[in-house]
Design a protein around this ligand. Structure first.
Ligand code: PXP
Length: 238
């Protein structure tokens, strides 16, 4: 069974809708911890649309679970993450207009920059992961960049699952890429667009280290509370 990282960004999205103090993403993280999740994930965006710098330092102080910071290669963000020193950083592509992270990082096309930022993070004692599409060229580039881990983007699998068209082929590709990554000696995670309906076949892929899930868990938590939402997701991953 892979570990579960819960992305709490959208608790902060709700707070930022009113620019007020509730709901508190740190309180949400503490409830996820109590419910048995394995790590807390959040994304400090350049536009600060959800979590804010202060949230991160409170998270680091108050939560015992490993914190996995999603981040772009923007120098201001890199400096903040190096100062924060979370357990893990996941480098993702970021552009201002997107609703959410839209695709994997083009490691092949930006190898020097990715290697430069990875080294800075590693020198600060942070485990480094790259968010990439389940594609052999990107995987080989990530391995050549010397990172510890990759997270495969499951967006296409999730989209195809909803439209009913060809998700099995995506699932099979994902399983092949996971095996290749593990054979190359790195840890492999997956995430994006995973839901209570589509998570089980992905969780069943052998040797997958971790799944990172945000939107679906936070959506369910509106009705059930976040502890129950986390426990239900973990049950589906067994
Ligand atoms: N993994 C990464 C790298 C992401 O950027 C995101 C979205 O922030 C997720 C996982 C979680 O995606 P979702 O909110 O669709 O579960």
């Amino acid at each position: 069974m892979p570990k579960l990282g819960v992305n709490i960004d959208h608790v902060a999205t709700l707070r930022e809708a009113r620019k007020t103090i509730e709901p508190d993403p740190v309180k949400a993280a503490l409830e996820c911890e109590q419910a048995g999740c394995d790590s807390i994930v959040c994304h400090l965006r350049k536009d600060r649309r959800h979590v804010q710098d202060e949230d991160l330092f409170r998270l680091k102080k108050e939560v015992r679970l490993p914190i996995n910071m999603e981040m772009s290669v923007d120098p201001e963000i890199v400096d903040i993450i190096c100062l924060l020193r979370p357990f893990q950083a996941t480098i993702v592509p970021e552009n201002r207009q997107e609703i959410t992270t839209e695709g994997g990082l083009d490691v092949r096309g930006n190898l020097d920059e990715v290697m430069f930022v990875s080294k800075k993070l590693k020198d600060s004692g942070i485990l480094v992961s790259l968010f990439i599409d389940p594609d052999i060229i990107q995987l080989e580039s990530a391995v050549s960049a010397g990172v510890d881990m990759v997270e495969f983007h499951t967006g296409l699998y999730a989209e195809n699952f909803i439209s009913g068209g060809g998700y099995e082929a995506e699932l099979q590709n994902l399983a092949i890429m996971v095996k290749k990554g593990v054979d190359m000696g790195i840890r492999v995670a997956a995430g994006h667009g995973l839901t209570y309906d589509n998570v089980a076949p992905v969780a069943a892929i052998e040797n997958l280290y971790e799944l990172n899930i945000g939107h679906s868990i936070i959506s369910k938590s509106v009705f059930t509370g976040i502890g129950r939402a986390v426990r239900q997701m973990k049950e589906l991953m067994l």
